[in-house]
Design a protein around this ligand. Structure first.
Ligand code: FEO
Ligand code: CA
Ligand code: CA
Ligand code: CA
Length: 685
């Protein structure tokens, strides 16, 4: 979630270990480990695991090799100096680079929409044909491999009602939201595909391109995978449970090796209201009982309403059966949604096999011919879990260029195994399968709890509770190192973790600064070895806080968006609300090359006081913003990032121009294009 959205509650009441109790158990078994718990955690989390622990008999190969595997490429190093923090209504970035604004909120994608108006008076129809609000995850799909032309698939996470309407949201005399306003809000959410082309060295939107299109919270979509046709998703709109409408609160993203985009539904529960008794899944995921976040349901019954377009947000059971009402509407949200950016005639498809949660990102592992494909997924709420999907089908490289991309999606994304992570205190971990035969910690099975696989998927969080997954500090984006397959996860923060509920993987309580954890999976996908790569901190924080020895030039908090580029540079963005860092700098983008951080034995080590200067601040956004979304052209010479919910920006097309003091602009989230002034690759020498 953004610090401006979501509710920051803890809905995980499972009491799942492994927490300090498991740590104590482990330590009591290990005569070599003496001393305080804190010291032991620091030792584990700080790396150097090989010298501390024996391999763990019975565990699979990869998981017994402590820590991610060494791979030190030659000739790869950062080519910029870290920049100081900044707190202005402008972007600042490393010397030798330029930045400009591309496709801000309201930019028309075709001639059906009017140009954006600075007074907020664009219509709902304009909004349906324009860039949505609050740019988030995105991916650049090159056209025929080009780094000069491609399709940008992009998420529009949530809305700022004050900026969207001329003078904010309104209610009519009877307390209802006006239908036109609701439709505009619905159309400002979702995702989009926009064709981009570089002309005279500058990227532009290709207006009216036939591939330009929007997906909103109203767009018809297909339900695919285990839930297709199941009773859980039958509604008055789709009595056979095969269709649904809309995607919402699309936060992080993923992609596939066959050229499709994956958009992730995060804080969608807030748009619904259930005035009756919440079923377990709605309670566990946070559907509310008073009124929806934007009161969209209040427009129900408007004389212009078509196909229950507003009625569907009230999921209170009212009819004789599920096909008479919208009691199941919320069960059609919470998924990974596949979009084919190259074929505008296709519908977006909800890939339900990848679980139902508050999905953040969905990064693929490395595609290896003859092996299953995997995707890693965070569930961004306090004390929620890390998930992994493993395809049943093994990767056929011929599928990289399929004739039918969504059929290929069905092959790899509709059939597979959904796992949730348990991080053990010894630096290993286990992927716990969520399927009918899976044993629960209480001695039963998931099948006994939830009936069948569709039932497990609707109740993904509850199933993960039952098998004993590790509650994490708000899992956001995942990223996979192209050089060695190591996977990384941003754990943005956890204000509700108490000091007595810490564990080795989440060792600070409360965790106000966040951290990045990494792991390497075993060949059989069932286990992993992990360590903590870097801890967010203010530079002035004590040893317990500033565990990675950060300085003013790289202090950060609340890591969120994250991606490797194709060379193995790890880039991560922040969504910070920790005061001491926020007092120093706006949200930012940092870079580091993990494979260059190695110890004397040549194995990778985490960021520490000795090597921390190799973690560098590259970019700082304008006041009030959060940095989201990150993608690259194949030649790494263009970097696209998103500025979300700026306070008073952009004043001009040049991202680095400050809004003059005393000037108020209607803020617009936007993509920022970064290029090196000498035309070279971004970030490296
Ligand atoms: Fe939408 Fe978890 O950030
Ligand atoms: Ca966030
Ligand atoms: Ca966000
Ligand atoms: Ca996020």
């Amino acid at each position: 979630m953004s610090r401006d959205s979501g509710d920051n509650l803890d809905r995980n009441h499972s009491g799942n270990a492994p927490m300090t109790s498991v740590m104590d158990l482990y330590l009591s078994r290990r005569s070599v480990m003496r001393g305080s718990l804190g010291a032991a955690i620091a030792m584990i989390a700080g790396g150097g695991l090989a010298g501390c622990f024996d391999s763990n008999p019975g565990k699979d190969d990869g998981a017994t090799s402590p820590g991610p595997q060494p791979t030190k490429p030659t000739q790869l190093s950062l080519g910029f100096q870290s920049i100081p923090g900044s707190r202005t209504d402008a972007c600042t970035l490393a010397s030798g680079y330029s930045a400009y604004v591309l496709a801000p909120w309201g930019t028309p994608l075709n001639s059906a929409g009017n140009a954006w108006k600075a007074d907020g008076s664009n219509s709902a129809a304009d909004q349906a044909n324009a860039m949505g609000m609050h740019h988030d995850g995105m991916h650049f799909f090159p056209i025929e491999g080009s780094s000069e032309e491609g399709l940008l698939a992009i998420n529009f996470e949530y809305i700022d009602q004050q900026a969207l309407h001329p003078a904010g949201p309104t209610l009519d005399a009877s307390g209802k939201r006006p239908a036109e306003e609701v439709r505009k809000e619905i159309n400002a959410h979702g995702a989009g595909v926009v064709r981009l082309k570089k002309l005279d060295g500058r990227w532009q939107v290709v207006d009216n391109d036939p591939l330009n299109r929007r997906f909103t919270t109203a767009s018809q979509m297909d339900i695919s995978g285990p839930l297709r046709g199941s009773d859980h998703v039958k509604t008055r709109f789709s009595p056979d449970g095969t269709r649904c409408r809309g995607t919402n609160n699309n936060c992080g993203n993923g992609y596939t090796p066959w050229g499709t985009y994956l958009t992730c539904e995060e804080n969608w529960p807030g748009i619904f209201v259930n005035k009756g008794t919440l079923p377990a899944d709605q309670s566990r995921i946070g559907v509310v009982t008073s009124s929806g976040l934007y009161k969209w349901e209040s427009a129900a019954g408007d004389s212009s309403e078509v196909d229950d377009e507003f009625t569907r947000f009230d999921v209170t059971p009212r009819g004789e059966s599920a096909t008479d009402d919208y009691r199941n509407e919320a069960s059609t949200f919470g998924y990974i949604v596949e979009i084919d950016p190259f074929d505008a005639s296709t519908r977006a498809t909800k890939r339900t096999a990848l679980g139902r949660l508050r999905h953040e990102g969905c990064c693929p592992g490395l595609a290896v011919a003859g092996k299953p494909l995997v995707w890693y997924m965070g569930d961004d709420s306090n004390n929620e879990y890390l998930y992994k999907f493993v395809s049943d089908a093994v990767w056929d490289a011929a599928d990289a260029t399929p004739r039918d991309r969504l059929a290929t999606g069905a092959k790899y994304l509709d059939h597979g195994k959904l796992y949730v992570a348990r991080f053990d205190a010894d630096g290993t971990g286990v992927w716990l399968l969520l399927d009918v035969a899976s044993k629960t910690a209480a001695g039963g099975t998931l099948g006994a709890l939830y009936g069948d696989l569709p039932g497990i998927i609707v109740n993904t969080r509850g199933a993960a509770d039952a098998v004993g997954a590790t509650p994490m500090d708000r899992p956001e984006w995942t990223a996979v190192n192209p050089l060695n397959g190591d996977a990384y996860l941003t754990l943005t923060n956890n204000s509700v973790r108490s000091a007595d509920k810490t564990d080795a993987a989440n060792p600070r309580g409360p965790n106000l600064h966040g951290h990045i954890i990494r792991w390497h999976d075993s060949d059989d996908q069932l286990s992993f070895a992990w360590d903590i790569f870097v801890y967010g901190a203010n530079a002035g924080g004590g040893a317990e806080i500033n565990r990675s020895g950060l300085s003013e030039l790289n202090q950060f908090a609340s890591p969120d968006g994250m991606s490797f580029d194709s060379r193995g540079v790890l880039w991560f963005e922040t969504d910070n609300s920790e005061k001491s860092v926020a007092d120093y700098t706006n949200d930012q983008l940092l870079a580091v090359i993990p494979t260059q951080l190695v110890g004397a034995d040549g194995k990778q080590v985490p960021v520490d006081a000795q090597n921390q200067a190799d973690l560098r601040r590259f970019f700082v956004g304008p006041n009030g913003c959060e940095m989201t979304g990150i993608t690259f052209t194949p030649d790494n010479k263009t970097l696209f990032i998103n500025v979300q919910h700026p306070a008073n920006w952009p004043y001009t097309d040049k991202a680095t121009d400050a809004t003059p003091a005393g000037t108020r602009v209607r803020p617009r989230a936007a993509t920022v294009v970064i290029q090196r002034i000498d035309g070279g690759e971004i970030g490296t020498i």
